[in-house]
Ligand binder design. Structure first.
Ligand code: G4P
Length: 526
């Protein structure tokens, strides 16, 4: 019988991240195909919210409904149990993605070979860097014209601020793309454009093998040998330890659409990617092999049915075995709770599960007990460190337009903030409630949901702000002086922490210069 340790060792929980359109959905789908979790291409794709600039209610509703199913995709691959945590494609939901990254043990970053590193990728990588998350990079769309692979490697290194080491190498690109040489396994994969089948593979002992010349022609074979020599000269040997510490990213090249280079990526991934790691709680470090169960809520998904304010709380298991109908302590409330219908996510289906292990995600139906960041344990008082909130970029005052429904509005705002839809600040100068988001879409979602789920009506009032940042200081007097000077721009977050509302980047820079004793933080985890 498999022990807890065996179960932990075989788990790989990760997320795929990219700038919209680089190929995240396509790659996810191909990985599911290899895992036998789906049988036709297109199954994941149809679930995607279209990345149009204008939002549409149907899209939001559809996204909310379907993304429960695609939030976690679990499947077995060989001896491994893989959990892919989906992250929303729309950049207005970036905050959701940041939080999902707290629940994974590693990530795969997809980059478009023609576009290189784009803005969203850069930001997501910052979150990975904060947590030293191991990263593998997949350079996609080699079947299309794109940039020189060496140039892409330089850009990855400079822009993502991480060491890189190619583990596969393309032979030409675009119309002349012939295949990929697998440096990791010493084999040559020849490109046969085919959307669903695995390509032809030639096992090679050494780069001087004449079979390479036969397969791709002498000129390209010579170019490949030159490139490989350059790679060996420029890039250090792949060092797994450095990868696990988040300092070095192995790079693969391929074409997700053509299922090319994907299996190589997956095979290397399961071998090198970490199984669930210890998690640091405020009290101590929790190791996955500990017998006692612990986990935290990293995502709350509201239900489609507006008449029942039910939702699903996604719990990442950090240690021990989770069992159905066993009482677990909800640390924030101190209550012991039993869950009769926890769900697991396998092969895009959700079904009731009796037990789950570290690295797994269980979905727990809930009616408002949970808040993002909540800890559940077998009894021990531990608090997993709060999930970071990032300094929002868009702000609006929220105003009640139906005085008869102010209670409903209040409750609605509280619950939506618990779900992590946006962040609430209270301006200390005028007492008004300020909502901060990372995208315009959130304001529309909030207004819509307040009306449909809580019967409350609100109106937005614009305010021009550049950033909200958390401030602190060891010097109480300096802090008071700052707050006094900036009293019109001081707010508190839901935990009562001081937040400075800077109305321009100039004002922020000046404040940083003028008040050296104050620390300005751009994420709530400090
Ligand atoms: P995303 O989730 O990162 O946003 O990207 P997605 O997988 O949806 O891919 C974006 C577009 O890029 C899709 O085309 C997809 O078919 C295409 N694509 C993905 N991988 C490759 C590849 O290896 N080569 C080429 N040539 N294209 C690729 P679309 O036209 O937006 O969607 P669809 O109409 O094909 O569904």
């Amino acid at each position: 019988m498999a022990t807890l340790n065996d179960e932990i060792k075989r788990r790989r929980t990760f997320a795929i991240i990219s700038h919209p359109d680089a190929g995240k959905t396509t790659l996810t789908e191909k990985l599911l195909l290899f895992g036998g979790a789906i049988h036709i291409a297109g199954a994941v794709k149809s679930n995607k919210i279209k990345k149009t600039a204008t939002s549409d209610w149907m899209d939001i509703e559809k996204q909310r409904g379907i993304s429960v199913a695609t939030s976690v995709m679990g499947f077995d691959y060989g001896d491994y149990k893989i959990n892919i945590l989906d992250t929303p494609g729309h950049q207005d939901f970036a905050e959701d993605t940041y939080r999902t990254l707290t629940a994974v043990d590693s990530v795969i970053i997809v980059v478009d070979v023609a576009k290189g590193v784009e803005q969203q990728t850069r930001r997501l990588m910052e979150v990975c860097r904060m947590r030293n998350t191991p990263v593998i990079i997949f350079v996609n769309k080699l079947d299309r014209e794109g940039r020189d692979p060496f140039e892409i490697l330089d850009e990855l290194e400079a822009e993502l601020k991480i060491g890189v080491r190619p583990l596969s190498w393309p032979i030409n690109i675009g119309a002349k793309f012939k295949g990929v040489y697998n440096i990791y396994e010493h084999s040559l994969d020849l490109f046969t454009p085919n959307k669903q089948r695995v390509s032809e593979r030639v096992e090679i002992d050494d780069v001087n093998d004449p079979r390479i010349d036969e397969a791709v022609g002498e000129t390209d074979a010579a170019k490949l040998r030159d490139d490989l020599e350059l790679i060996e000269g420029v890039y250090p040997e792949f060092d797994k330890e450095q990868y696990l510490q988040g300092k070095l990213a192995p790079v693969f090249f391929g074409s997700a659409l053509n299922t090319f280079g994907v299996k190589e990526l997956l095979d290397c991934f399961v071998e090198i990617a970490p199984s669930p790691k210890p998690v640091v709680a405020e009290e101590r470090e929790i190791r996955p092999e500990e017998d006692a169960f612990s986990g935290f809520v990293f995502k709350i998904h509201a239900n489609m049915d507006p008449n029942h304010r039910s939702c699903i709380a996604f719990v990442k298991i950090c240690s021990g075995k989770f069992e159905r109908n066993v009482g677990y302590k909800h640390i924030r409330s101190g209550k012991v709770m039993k869950f009769a219908a926890p769900t697991a996510f396998m092969a895009q289906k959700k079904s009731i599960v009796d037990e789950a292990y570290p690295g797994d995600i269980v979905g727990i139906p809930d009616t408002g007990n949970f808040k993002i960041g909540d800890t559940l344990t077998s009894g021990e008082e531990i608090h997993f460190k709060g999930l970071p909130s990032f300094s929002p970029e868009m702000f609006k005052y929220i105003e009640n337009t139906d005085p008869m429904k102010s209670k409903q509005l209040e409750k609605g705002i509280q619950q939506l903030m618990d779900e992590g839809v946006a962040q609430l600040f209270v301006n200390q100068f005028n007492g008004r409630k300020l909502i901060g988001t990372v995208g315009q879409l959130q304001f529309e979602v909030i207004q819509y949901r307040l009306l449909h789920e809580y019967g409350a009506q609100c109106r937005w009032e614009p305010i021009s702000l550049y950033k909200a940042c958390w401030i602190e200081s060891d010097d109480a007097q300096a802090l008071e002086a700052f707050k006094k000077r900036k009293h019109q721009f001081m707010a508190v977050d839901r935990e009562g922490r001081d937040v400075f509302l800077a109305d321009s980047s100039y004002v922020l820079t000046m404040a940083q210069q003028d008040f050296p004793a104050i620390r300005f933080h751009f994420s709530s985890e400090f």
